[in-house]
Design a protein around this ligand. Structure first.
Ligand code: SAM
Length: 449
């Protein structure tokens, strides 16, 4: 067997793509290895979402240059979003790279590697290939897994590179997704996160068309799976039917990630997001009314071109109103080829930094308030191991995705769902005491108090 070393940057979808590539290359007799020095093939799976992510890859390539000089036979490839967006710069700054291919070409990785092995230099592939699911996951027996259900993105948010890097929207057929999750469940997986750039647009390109709510029901029927998450939903495509599915499909957790990006109508319009502040807040009300107790998280960009202090104050106001359990705050990063990169009124770095710090303080306080509301409640916790701080304690997650550490004695609880009374909300986790070591997995948080 030859050796493959994979370095993954960026989002959950990239983690999934790396597993997919590892599965496809396993069929070509490549086994994963820990150290680049031991590898015959090194692949960097890259991210282009912000400039910082690209800088990391170039510095990693700098380190690999020395390895390539010492061992010219090692094949070095760059895959993923940066391969699609920055192929010219990669070839210019790292001419020793043998292979560059984008995410839409993943299915052809075996053939591309074979071409390099056959003596071809600087193989470049940025076209599309058929959709592939993971055939042989390199790692089995894990409790949680990501499963990409649709590729690409057809939104045209003016700040974002994803439509360029990941191509058009393509949904995987429900049968292929169900088969993959059945295989995961048989290998011990208890929780799946269904992934798509606009996951709630799932299925509209299929023949016959379907939707995410229908897929959630199909996944719910898979024995062994106890929790289903999905991300990322776009407010524009959030339907009453999907909101009802969050309430009604038992294994779907009461958690929704719904990117806001900005709380100002002026900025939202310039971002081309397709909703207003009022519409977003209306959706949040509908979600809270329909589902009841639900955890909400979001993505927010600060310092988008033209964002004023007043616009920013409107974003802060939405954060306070919604009460997010978690918020990911990003400073706007100018991405080549996107409309916002050419907008004249770019915001100064110091202003971005100040707004970033201010917003983090608010989101942190709001999230802490949300955590404190959980104190005293008994919540179902999927146990996944021992506490990072104290190996004598068990650790797991609530349906709302909070980490809970609790004393569990010597019982082997990993993989099971137990009832834990929350005794203390800490900044990044909860503490609790075990109430019941065997409860029905699908029981929603609200049912336990
Ligand atoms: N497709 C999803 C959507 O449209 O909501 C999110 C995809 S993206 C991988 C994750 C987050 O990165 C976005 O929600 C956005 O907040 C952030 N992001 C994307 N482009 C950015 C940019 N140019 N600068 C800063 N943050 C950015």
């Amino acid at each position: 067997m030859a050796k493959l070393h994979l370095i993954t940057y960026g989002c959950q979808m990239n983690e999934y793509d790396s597993e997919r590539v590892a599965g496809l290359l396993k069929a070509e007799h490549y086994d994963l290895c820990e150290r680049p020095e031991d590898a015959d093939l090194i692949l960097l799976n890259t991210c282009s979402i912000r400039e910082k992510a690209e800088d990391k890859v170039f510095s990693q390539l700098g380190a690999l240059k020395r390895l390539k000089r010492a061992r010219p036979d090692v094949i070095i490839g760059v895959m993923g979003c940066m391969a699609q967006l920055q192929r010219g710069r990669i070839q210019e700054r790292a001419p020793f790279v043998d292979l560059v291919f984008g995410s839409p070409a993943i299915a052809r990785v075996g053939e591309l590697v074979a071409r390099v092995k056959g003596g071809e230099r600087a193989v470049l592939e940025t076209g599309e290939s058929p959709l592939v699911k993971i055939t042989a996951r390199p790692e089995t027996g894990r409790l949680r897994a990501f499963v990409t259900v649709m590729e690409g993105c057809e939104k045209h948010c003016t700040f974002c590179v994803v439509p360029t890097t990941r191509g058009r929207e393509r949904s995987h057929p429900p049968e292929a997704i169900v088969a993959e999750i059945e295989e995961l469940a048989a290998a011990g997986c208890r929780e799946v996160t269904l992934l798509g750039q606009t996951v709630n647009a799932y299925g509209r390109d299929l023949d016959p068309p379907t939707d995410l709510a229908a897929l959630l029901e199909q996944v719910d029927a898979i024995a062994g799976i106890e929790r289903i998450r999905f991300t990322t939903s776009n407010p524009y495509n959030l339907t009453p039917r999907l909101i009802r599915a969050i309430r009604d499909v038992p294994k779907v957790v009461e958690y929704l990630h719904l990117p806001l990006q900005s709380g100002s109508d002026r900025v939202l319009e310039r971002m081309h997001r397709g909703y207003t502040r009022a519409r977003y807040l209306e959706l949040i009300d509908e979600v809270k009314e329909t589902v009841g107790e639900i955890a909400l998280s979001t993505d927010i960009i600060v310092g988008f071109p033209g964002e004023t202090d007043e616009d920013f104050a409107e974003t802060v106001d939405v954060v306070e109103r919604v009460g997010y359990d978690n918020a990911f705050v990003f400073r706007y990063s100018r991405r080549p080829g996107t409309p916002a990169a050419d907008m004249p009124d770019q915001v100064a770095d110091e202003v971005k930094a100040r707004r970033n710090a201010e917003l983090l303080a608010v989101t942190g306080r709001v999230a802490a308030e949300r955590s404190r509301r959980l104190e005293g409640r008994v919540l179902p916790v999927l146990v996944d191991g021992t506490s990072r701080m104290d190996a004598r304690e068990a650790s797991g997650r609530t349906r709302c995705n909070r980490v809970v550490n609790f004393e569990a004695g010597s019982a082997g609880l990993v993989g099971s769902v137990v009832a834990v009374r929350i005794t203390q909300a800490l900044p990044h986790s909860l503490r609790g005491t075990l109430v019941d070591a065997g409860i029905p997995a699908a029981l929603p948080a609200a049912a336990l108090g």
